[in-house]
Design a protein around this ligand. Sequence first.
Ligand SMILES: [Zn+2]
Length: 316
Amino acid sequence: MILWSRGARYMFCVEGSSMKALFKPVAAIALAASLSGAAGAQRDFSQVEITVQQARGNIYTLFGAGGNIGVSIGDEGVFLIDDQFAPLTDKIVAALATLTDKPVKYVINTHYHGDHTGGNENLGKRGAIILAHDNVHKRVLTRVVDAMEKKGDGPGPASLPVISFSENLSLYINGDEARAVHVRNAHTDGDSLIHFKGANVLHMGDTFFLGRLPYIDAGAGGSLVGAVAAIDTALGLADADTVVIPGHGPLAGKDDLAAYKAMLEDVQGILTALKATGISQEDAVAQRPLDSIGERWLAAGPEWTDRFIGFVWQGL
Ligand SMILES: [Zn+2]
């Protein structure tokens, strides 16, 4: 589910242990409750279980709380894509130990959100080299300053990526090329897609929320136009055999990406036309304009749909 801390400057897109739970009515109620502000409280991570699923070959996915983690294992060490929350690092490392006895050598952050970068400090202290787009470095750095000045409980300097890139980057590890492809102004201004070219596995970060309207962090440069363009880029990287790891949700394929893009374009068309009439955001939300996109995309509940319109309205 999505947890939203209203008091904080930073919003985390947080996934429960199973995306399937979102499609149960009871989960929808829990989601609505969390969106109403109750989620600002400290989260109990003690109940979170990290599960492991093979994507293909030596590439795995870890599901826990927060963004899905991509894993490459092999003789050269472990390469992680994202690292969820700091309190989960020991559980994540324990789950990795069921796959390999090698240490975590590299971590790449698909974007700056805390449910994708929270483990950076712990893993950095254990010797992992952290990589990310330039804008991720910038935003994690800002968060450090804010946390030290205002909250005192944020991540420390060890959370910072030590290698950053402006467009694309290739990491050659475990017999494969992991290609990080920056997509502009999609979920944030620092998103990367990570494509394992040999294994043909594509980690989407939060440019892809399987089966629902996404969170778009407009305050950090995200936009609906960029979100559609990101899926276009992904469709260019993928083929019919590609295993797609969404930022949140179960493993997927190219068809799921195509359906998601069609939905986003549908949404873009509806909202752009509505905004062109001169209507206010508030009145637009009241019209429930996205009810027509199909129930399968609206499982996160009406309050989330309203918030989604708020995320993207300004940028239309
Ligand atoms: Zn995110």
